[in-house]
Design a protein around this ligand. Sequence first.
Ligand SMILES: Cc1cc2nc3c(=O)[nH]c(=O)nc-3n(C[C@H](O)[C@H](O)[C@H](O)COP(=O)(O)OP(=O)(O)OC[C@H]3O[C@@H](n4cnc5c(N)ncnc54)[C@H](O)[C@@H]3O)c2cc1C
Length: 342
Amino acid sequence: GDHLQPVSCERLARWGLLEDFFAAGAERRLGSRYLDPDGELVLHAPVDELDIPYPYYLYLDHERITQQLLAAAARNPNFALLKPANAKLLRDGQRFALEVDDGQRRRLRAQLIVAADGRQSGLRRAAGLDAELHRYQNPLLILFAPRTFADPRNEVRAYFGPRAIISVIPRCGDQWKIGWPVASEELPAWRQAGEAELGERLAALVPELAGIRPRLAGIYPVAMVTAPRWHRDNLVLLGDACHAMHPGRSQGMNIAIRAAAQLADRVGADGVLDDEARLAAALDAHEALAAELAPRLADNHARGLEMDRLDPAAVAALREKLAAVAADPARRQAYCLAAAGY
Ligand SMILES: Cc1cc2nc3c(=O)[nH]c(=O)nc-3n(C[C@H](O)[C@H](O)[C@H](O)COP(=O)(O)OP(=O)(O)OC[C@H]3O[C@@H](n4cnc5c(N)ncnc54)[C@H](O)[C@@H]3O)c2cc1C
């Protein structure tokens, strides 16, 4: 993921990282537009009109986000990075420990293990924490392309395509990332196409993109993972390991940042890590976030299922719904606030 919501910018600022992100090349995005394929506007959802501390989305390539976060972590004198490494969970009396292999096999004991090992989390399974899985039927096709026209607001342009929304998302360096769900049987044709043919195929779906020269960036199988329990003993799950979601709304990393901020506040209080009972209480309190997030995740799933249907009627129904939002200033304001992460 590379787009951070305004609410996540607030957290980066609190951690003293926002300026570092801009120094690393992050750019501001001021909203989203839903459009017919010929460019006719259906809904404009700006965030720079909202009364919030950071009225913009921030985007930065995923690898550079990782670098910035690791550089910040390395300011802690107790930080050590073992990479590449493979971690396995072990039982160590009443607690969990890790066996980490980074060329040298070592056993690591910790007051708290934070397992942020993705939606297939091996640590989650090894800890015996259940998770519900929903595999969406159609993978997301992602293309990268130089922009074919300038937009000083760097907005997402979400086009109502014939069977799905086709999202044209700004990337750093005057690039776009273009993504939409594609039926598996249609993937070989997209995979085999050269730049010129990819461009023609895309422009046939979205005439406003005529002349585009995209390249294939990736094909992502999409799944939702929901773990009802996030912790056991001294292990706690974070990120996709406990709440992987359909990326249609670019929320996964944002919600992980929210959970990380809350977890740090709860377990960072004086003495909590040294006291098993207080740590357990802090992790229980942290886990309450799962219930708080549930409506947002359910909404995201409903939207994911809608996208997954590849059904012209679903696209038309969504268009109608968003046109109604556009026509009602109060609903539009609420829509923009929710999209900003509030
Ligand atoms: C196409 C696409 C676009 C997206 N765009 C956005 C966006 O714009 N904004 C947003 O908020 N979200 C976005 N997301 C979602 C976002 O990418 C994920 O929510 C986020 O990456 C989750 O981070 P994570 O650290 O929990 O898991 P992951 O990113 O999956 O990272 C887990 C890491 O753990 C490592 N690992 C796993 N097992 C082990 C082990 N045993 N030992 C050692 N290491 C291990 C893996 O190698 C991996 O590096 C997007 C997702 C997709 C697919």
